[in-house]
Design a protein around this ligand. Sequence first.
Ligand SMILES: NC(=O)c1ccc[n+]([C@@H]2O[C@H](COP(=O)([O-])OP(=O)(O)OC[C@H]3O[C@@H](n4cnc5c(N)ncnc54)[C@H](OP(=O)(O)O)[C@@H]3O)[C@@H](O)[C@H]2O)c1
Length: 299
Amino acid sequence: VLIRIHAVSVNRTDLTYVAGRYGAARPLIIPGEDVAGVVEAVGSEVENVRPGDKVIALLPGGGYAQRVSAHMLSVFPKPTNLSYDEACTIPVVYLTSWISLLRRAELKAGEVALIQAAGSGCGVAGISIAKWAGATVITTAGTDQKVARARELGADHAINYATGDFASEVIRITNGAGVDVCLESVGGDVYNNSVKVLKDGGRLVSVGRSAEQSDASPRGEADPAEVSRRALVVESFALPTAVQTGEARREIAVITELLEQGKLRTVVDQIYPMSRARDAMAYLDGRKNFGKVVLHPWE
Ligand SMILES: NC(=O)c1ccc[n+]([C@@H]2O[C@H](COP(=O)([O-])OP(=O)(O)OC[C@H]3O[C@@H](n4cnc5c(N)ncnc54)[C@H](OP(=O)(O)O)[C@@H]3O)[C@@H](O)[C@H]2O)c1
């Protein structure tokens, strides 16, 4: 499917690729994993979309461009009520947080969810999804402004983890009980302390390690003896695997429907022309974003 791209979102993974930290597997790449645009042409066997359709797509890369060709199974209808800028923020972080919270951790209404890094793409999606699922949401962020924005987004409790010990605050908020589920994307000490604040039998899904990617912080590791003694479930999620198994394709249909119904929300923080892609990536690298950063490839 040939797509004329109207908007592409910046993901933290893009920074890792551009910095050459994903190893030698992809030495030369065009970043950009999620885009929104209009179908310009399709191959002879493509049945799910037609020229003129407004779509979003999940790509293995190549989205920082004016046009991209995508496999038909990676192309989905754009939620009708979302702008291109909003729609391009959906595939990577919504699929990641949705599958992690609801399918891996099986978060249920009435449970307590801890969503780390409220302002991250995964965090914003995670807060919206966990609230929709009927959970009480505790979240963390590195500045008081992000804490305030997390509350506006619907978080029940938001903690500045740069100025205090989030773990003791989580224990205080939950009256000593701890949380049922954690969506963890920071790594290092945040990962270690997230395991500690799980209830016995609690579930943690690690989707990323932003701190470990950017400043070589020590790797967060769950102690196998603690995991076993407290019957914890500690697991990881990788979107490429969910794409390969077809899970991503199944789940995105549900996600886009809920977005159309206004039951889930996305947050676009900044929009940059493609000519300033470097500045857009620096904004993310500087941890300034609350929500997603978007590029316009025709500017
Ligand atoms: N498993 C998957 O398939 C999958 C899919 C998507 C993303 N990811 C991964 O998930 C993580 C989050 O991605 P994203 O795009 O949501 O990130 P993002 O929007 O760039 O947000 C990352 C946030 O992490 C927080 N953080 C805490 N300590 C940090 C540190 N030392 N260095 C940098 N950031 C730090 C910062 O918020 P504060 O300033 O508020 O602390 C930062 O804004 C990344 O590791 C990414 O590679 C994985």
